[in-house]
Design a protein around this ligand. Structure first.
Ligand SMILES: [Zn+2]
Ligand SMILES: [Zn+2]
Length: 469
């Protein structure tokens, strides 16, 4: 009997004894992508293969580390013949066994906690760092898969996923850079020939009439009549079933005795040209360029394994700046924020709108922060990305050390409060997930912007209200 209560919930928590937030997702419409950093692992239900695959790709193509590095399993009752899914996931499972999932999750999390924060500068290839970090945390090789939709004909799923659009040149350069820097040891898999203009591997090899350039050719045997030394295409000799020499009019009898077929001739059906050596070209099915065979780009496909240099680079990308100098994307400086606030107060006064300001502070002590070092630096980076990812564009964000200032223009007080509660409880969850042995307080408060007050006293009041709480 149909009983809606027994229906599996669309996004459900997997019970386990390891204190892990493992989420099973069956409804991909309902799932809130931005909450991923709150979880330890995801299981995607392949019953909706299309939805699962698209979420899998979306996650791995993210450039936010706490999203693209999340341990992720595919739940499928049937065997999957899908190399790309194998490469992008952390395992295809036919049943949910928390114990074995937990082993994989902890292995990945342990590796991940060793990664050091970095700031990309002009010379940092972020896609390469992403690939290195994915390989490092999974301890697995970067494998090419045949893919007719990829320009080159092969792709490395985690690398290709990082580029918004198909970017064969960037992919080739990225792998080249990694090899030059000795990050990979490479095992040969295949050799491709690519269009010299656009790097496409989808080529049509053609024999062409050297005069007209036409591909409309047939081949004919060339006949050499020994008796009179005439040489010509077989067509010239044919008279009904028998062959008669057009020069001396004798009937040809036995191949090898009175004539032979020394080679073939090409005939162009468009203009009746005869010739022996057609032009060979490789026409690109992507850009249309007609490549000389010698000009095709030879491109070797390898399976790559991280070297020790590659592992070091994954942990701490070289030539990058210290994390302290980061201006987080989506955040403005405290002084700019204060200017924003001044204008907002004026707007509230003139338009009588409701506007609110919130503050979230992570109550971590300096000694604890120092003890955690990189781990905390990385975590606060993730938290920042989470906060900016979970607020809409009208919200103004600033971060100063361990405090987040959030301006909610036009939001009614209850909405601003609900948002602030969501953010602060999520931050609590992130801290708990990542620093299991520490108990770190998260304090938050939100206040309406009163007309007539100045920005400095609003900010001071807000800070003070949090200290008293
Ligand atoms: Zn003859
Ligand atoms: Zn091309």
């Amino acid at each position: 009997m149909f009983n809606p209560k027994n229906e599996k919930t669309k996004v459900s928590k997997v019970e386990n004894n390891y204190g892990k937030e493992i989420i099973l997702i069956s409804d991909f419409q309902e799932f809130d992508f931005k909450k991923i950093p709150l979880y330890d692992a995801l299981i995607l239900d392949w019953a909706d293969a299309e939805g699962a695959k698209s979420l899998l790709k979306k996650i791995r193509s993210s450039n936010i580390e706490s999203i693209y590095l999340i341990p992720l399993f595919i739940l499928s009752l049937n065997k999957l013949e899908d190399m790309e899914t194998e490469e992008l996931s952390d395992g295809i499972i036919s049943m949910v066994q928390p114990e074995s999932l937990n082993r994989t999750i902890e292995r990945i999390q342990e590796k991940k906690s060793g990664l050091k924060p970095y700031t990309a500068n002009r010379n940092t290839n972020k896609q390469l760092v992403k690939v290195l970090r994915f390989m490092f945390t999974r301890n697995r090789p970067l494998r090419p898969i045949k893919d007719r939709t990829s320009r080159i004909g092969y792709k490395y799923p985690i690398l290709s996923s990082g580029f918004e659009e198909e970017a064969p040149k960037l992919e080739i350069d990225t792998l080249q850079e990694a090899m030059e820097k000795d990050f990979f040891s490479a095992t040969f898999q295949d050799r491709m020939h690519l269009c010299s203009k656009c790097h496409s591997g989808f080529l049509n090899y053609k024999e062409l009439d050297p005069k007209s350039g036409s591909a409309n050719l047939i081949t004919e045997n060339l006949i050499h009549h020994f008796v009179c030394a005439y040489v010509g295409p077989q067509g010239d000799f044919m008279q009904g079933e028998s062959m008669v020499c057009p020069k001396c009019n004798k009937t040809l009898r036995h191949i090898g005795v009175d004539y032979d077929k020394p080679s073939v001739m090409y005939k162009c059906l468009d203009n009746d040209n005869y010739f022996q050596e057609p032009d060979l070209k490789a026409e690109c099915m992507h850009c249309g360029h007609s490549n000389d065979l010698e000009s095709l780009q030879e491109y070797d496909i390898f399976t790559f394994v991280l070297t020790d240099e590659g592992k070091d680079e994954a942990i701490q990308p070289k030539g990058t700046e210290k994390a302290k100098d980061i201006v987080y994307s989506g955040f403005i400086t405290y002084s700019t924020f204060s200017t924003f606030l001044r204008f907002e107060i004026e707007r509230v006064r003139q338009n009588k709108v409701s506007s609110n300001i919130g503050l979230i502070r992570i109550g971590i002590s300096t000694t604890m922060e120092m003890a955690l070092g990189n781990r905390y630096e990385k975590l606060i980076e993730e938290i920042s990305a989470f906060v900016s990812g979970n607020t809409d564009s009208s919200t103004v964000l600033s971060r100063s050390v361990n405090s987040f200032f959030i301006l909610f223009p036009d939001a009614p007080a209850n909405k601003a409060k609900a948002k602030l509660d969501f953010l602060s409880s999520s931050i609590k969850q992130l801290l708990k997930n990542n620093l299991k042995d520490y108990d770190i307080e998260v304090i938050a408060n939100v206040k309406p912007i009163q007309q007539g007050s100045d920005q400095q006293s609003i900010l001071n009041d807000l800070r003070a209200s949090i200290l008293k709480k």
